[in-house]
Design a protein around this ligand. Sequence first.
Ligand SMILES: *Cc1c(COP(=O)(O)O)cnc(C)c1O
Length: 397
Amino acid sequence: MTRTGEIIALEEQHTSGLNTKRPIALVCGQGAVVWDADGHAYIDCMTGHGVATLGHCHPEVTAAIQSQAATLVACSEVTYNDQRAALMAELTQHTPDDLKRVFLCNSGAEAIEAAIKFARFFTGRTDVVAATRGFHGRTMGALSATWNAKYRDPFLPLVPGFSHVPYNNLAAMEAALTDQTAAVIIEVIQGEGGVHPADPAYLEGLRALCTQRGVLLIVDEVQTGMGRTGRWFACQHFDLLPDILCLGKALGGGVPMGAVIWREALGTLPAGVHGSTFGGNPLACAASRAVLRVMERDDLPGRAARLGEKLLTDLRAIRSPLIREVRGRGLMVGVELRQRATQVLRALMERGVLAMPAGSTVVRLLPPLTIAEEQLDRVVQAMALALSDVASRREEQ
Ligand SMILES: *Cc1c(COP(=O)(O)O)cnc(C)c1O
């Protein structure tokens, strides 16, 4: 048996079954490349669900983790900590306006969960309006805001007070708000739902509507944050000021981490109403500080914007009957197909590129923001070849 075969057999004996896994076992990564247990290299446009924005094992993130691991790892928010204090200060240098108050946690769903609680607390109201195709995570509160019935239905009843309205439809949103609405939760570019950007006029109207009705606007940037779309936060493309901003995924440079950041004007929260054992631990904070340092020094948001433009142009130049539309912002790009994405994802993998689905028909590319231009060219070539592989296989049938 190959080494891959052994790993798969072992993992299959104990795995939860919750993931449809590709039949490869990744064992190491460097920059935009990952290797499987049999030595095959892949250009990684999955980056662990958009986590590795600096590529794999970026030397400065690795050094920060190594050094902090030998300094202090276990330290909860019962005391102050040098890394946590510095991270809060450095992170909020990049957040818009008075988004300055920070709660640190360990994942995207936890950030959403906390944001929902905080919105209830700040407003004294209970209800939350979310959007169709929205994805906010899978814990009970976050799942209540998530739209996809496949994720929700096995776990009903969910948290009461949640409703969903069509995305990019201001009239529907206005009709859904009541005097019990605490918050609207929205992704400004829907990720999991198929890489759908919001309409700028919609967001402008939504901001005004929320302000007028005393409803807090929670912007879920778990996927779009941290430079992915070509700005530090995607809301900055739209001049949109959230009341509460949720981060996760890329924030910790691969170390599990989430954050809720809210407006100074909302004030702080009373002791004890929420908390997290691991939230704000020095290891994650040190890793995150390294991410911020590299992003700022190397202007990775600017790089994502520039490379993203080129990637969109190059993908749009591919002539394939399978492509319906190519869309995205920065290095968050979706190729919507006229068929399910599965076959194209497999063909891409055979061509040495790992990509993800978004919804059932969209191939989603979330490469590192540090990816070399030549590697991105290879991704486009692989896409063209994979599409023609699938199209010709279809003709043979
Ligand atoms: C991934 C994701 C989440 C959930 O994050 P987890 O860390 O998987 O819990 C929430 N919102 C959005 C937009 C995401 O992409």
